[in-house]
Design a protein around this ligand. Structure first.
Ligand SMILES: Cc1ncc(COP(=O)(O)O)c(C=O)c1O
Length: 435
């Protein structure tokens, strides 16, 4: 093996690894990544540099903190018992326990395991679509929202907003009917009229036989940390119910306390037919996704005819290590629900202060997530550089952020200390001055 790269350099930030193809990155213009050697709590330890506060939970997955000893030990114990087993012919206690717990917590009675957020969404979509064929009432229309992000596999890409990220595949993506997402923020007086327009549009679309409506409940993540009101989602649910369509909530980001309740659909006051979960499911330790479904949907897949079957599965379906991590993470959430229930009040005073800065537009807050737009000139959206400039500043102040264009947000692990949270806000405040 050619190990010259490792020997010749400390892989400091001036070099790209010669063999790694990095995700979401144009190496011509991006800065090479730092090497992380350790993570503890909210901190990431970097080779030869001071630690960084992981203020975005490493792509929104790290729930209780890095290297949480309770979850680490649950994985280690499980690894010594059973690391993996084919989940078609066998089941195992960790999966049984997890399924039972998640069904009780969501009120949906069936759980299908997969590997990540995109596959959890793909499975939800396949279930929803096939369900109509199984009952001999095929329906083709799928409705989703502008700004949505549901993952990077083909079905998930098709559901998501069409943009730079999926443009090369446009002709391979199936059509999806789309509605605006009436996002709101502090001091927004016009939200109701925006919502009403969308609801009228939805009623219109639902006149066509619709298989499913999919949405990110209360918060679109990658689309810009855009928040909608529970009232809006309740009105959607009503229309969807009237039309007899299925409602899919993609809780890949919002699940497991992120928005202040265990699941965001609960805070929204709606009851979806299908739910996609991932990210925080294992506390962020291992890749795993699940799709929850109502029992009556499951029952439409049961029968003598093989074509009724959901012919879907993955090599690592219900991996015992992932299930052990997820059970341990649920233990922690059950033990200290106030950590996520009251997190919003920890952000509140800091965001209020920050909102006085004229460069801060549309401040918004939901559970553990605080966000705002930087007032910018020129192109808005993901390619705007203001966020990049702020990111550099914050890193030099010990805080790792990853703004979405000009949208800045904090989505820290639950274990972040008050001092660390304050440091995040101070870094942002001083960074805004330099913009
Ligand atoms: C709402 C939502 N759905 C799906 C996904 C895709 O998840 P994954 O990256 O694990 O495939 C993401 C990822 O950010 C997401 O935020």
């Amino acid at each position: 093996m050619d190990d010259s790269f490792h020997k010749d350099s400390n892989m400091q930030s001036s070099e790209w690894h010669p063999h790694i193809w990095p995700p979401f990155t144009q190496i011509k213009s991006a800065t090479p990544p730092q090497r992380i050697t350790r993570g503890q709590g909210a901190l990431l330890e970097i080779d030869g540099a001071p630690p960084l506060i992981d203020a975005i939970s490493s792509w929104w997955v790290t729930l209780h903190g890095h290297a949480n000893p309770y979850i680490a030990s649950a994985i280690s114990l499980q690894a010594q018992e059973l690391e993996q087993v084919i989940f078609a012919d066998f089941i195992h206690p960790q999966a049984e326990r997890l399924a039972q717990r998640l069904c009780k917590k969501t009120g949906l009675q069936r759980l299908f395991f997969s590997d990540n957020g995109s596959t959890a969404v793909e499975v939800a979509l396949k279930i929803a679509y096939q369900r109509w064929q199984n009952i001999n009432e095929p329906r083709n229309q799928i409705i989703a929202f502008e700004g949505a992000y549901h993952g990077d596999t083909f079905g998930a890409m098709a559901l998501g907003e069409r943009n730079l990220f999926n443009a090369p595949f446009e002709r391979m993506l199936f059509p999806v009917a789309r509605l605006p997402w009436p996002a709101t923020w502090w001091g927004d007086d016009e939200v109701e009229s925006r919502e009403n327009k969308v609801l009228a549009g939805l009623a219109n679309l639902l006149e066509t036989a619709t298989a499913a409506v999919i949405l990110e409940p209360l918060l679109q993540g990658a689309g810009g940390m855009s928040i909608v009101r529970p009232e809006f989602l309740q009105a959607i649910e009503k229309l969807v119910l009237q039309a007899g369509a299925l409602l899919i909530t993609d809780e890949v980001l919002t699940g497991f306390g992120r928005t202040g309740s265990l699941f965001s659909f609960q805070k929204s006051g709606i009851k979806p037919d299908l739910i996609a979960l991932s990210k925080g499911l294992t506390g962020g330790f291992l890749p795993m996704g699940v799709t929850m479904a109502k029992e009556e949907i499951f029952q439409t897949f049961v029968g003598e005819d093989p074509s009724l079957t959901l012919w879907h599965g993955h090599s690592f379906t219900a991996n015992p290590l992932g299930c052990a991590a997820a059970n341990a993470s649920l233990d922690l959430l059950e033990e200290s629900p106030n950590l996520y229930r009251t997190f919003e009040s920890r952000h509140q005073p800091y965001l209020e202060e920050l909102a006085k800065n004229p460069k801060v537009k549309r401040p918004r807050l939901l559970g553990t997530i605080a966000a705002f737009d930087i007032e910018v000139e020129g192109a808005k959206g993901y390619l705007n550089v203001a966020g990049k400039t702020l990111q550099k500043h914050c890193i030099s102040h010990g805080v790792f952020l990853r703004p979405l264009g000009n949208v800045v947000y904090l989505l820290p692990p639950l274990c972040i200390s008050n001092l660390e949270l304050e440091q995040c806000y101070l870094a942002i405040e001083s960074g805004l001055q330099d913009l």
